[in-house]
Ligand binder design. Structure first.
Ligand SMILES: [Zn+2]
Length: 201
């Protein structure tokens, strides 16, 4: 969930365009998840889009997954029998796991490379100094923190993900509610990953 990002719309011209097998709308490849069949014809999420063979694209939203996995398109494209059509909930859980793992890696590398300002006050200062590219806030962090208020004022994007202990674990701490990413590349990668979290719109 990323708020404060410019709305690029359905036809936003970012990279290759693919069609979702659920809602049948075309959109940027970055907003869609690629599904492929493995050697035993089991459907898996090709998160890094490196899997060989044919793939089907779907929005990670529950509605698109539910509709998309039922379609004959999926079976035809991935050449799988009815019996191997996966459960939308299982695919959704797989996507969530992959996105969270990717985010964990990105946050840890921001921390170890000195591109993360940890905590509310450091985060607020990074926003005020114009260094902040993205504010990461735990879902169970208190509302209207100093860093959040500053980010909203300065229009710094806010990514809400994980719990305080999940966020803290990324930097070997107990609980962290907020952290600011100052590297533009890492911030963009986190923002891209955040768009793939399966949430209802
Ligand atoms: Zn869709």
């Amino acid at each position: 969930m990323v708020s404060g990002m410019p709305d690029r719309g359905e036809s936003g011209a970012r990279g290759p365009v693919r069609t979702c097998i659920g809602c049948r709308k075309a959109g940027s490849q970055d907003d869609l998840v690629r599904l492929v069949a493995d050697s035993s014809r089991r459907v898996i999420v090709d998160f890094r889009r490196v899997g060989h063979g044919r793939g089907a694209y779907v929005h990670p939203r529950p509605a698109c997954l539910k509709k998309g996995l039922r379609t004959t398109v999926l079976k035809a494209v991935l050449r799988i029998p009815e019996a191997l059509v996966p459960d939308p909930e299982a695919i959704s859980a797989e996507i969530t796991g992959l996105v969270m793992r990717r985010m964990a890696g990105l946050i840890s590398s921001a921390y170890t490379t000195g591109n993360l300002q940890v905590g509310n006050e450091a985060g607020r200062d990074a926003v005020t100094n114009g260094l902040a590219k993205l504010l990461v806030m735990a879902l169970d962090a208190g509302p209207s923190s100093k860093a959040e208020k500053a980010a909203l004022r300065a229009r710094v994007p806010i990514l809400r993900v994980g719990t305080r202990s999940w966020l803290g674990e990324r930097m070997g701490r107990k609980e962290i509610g907020a952290a600011v990413v100052t590297d533009p590349g890492l911030a963009a990668a986190l923002e891209r990953a955040g768009r793939l979290l399966p949430v209802e719109e």
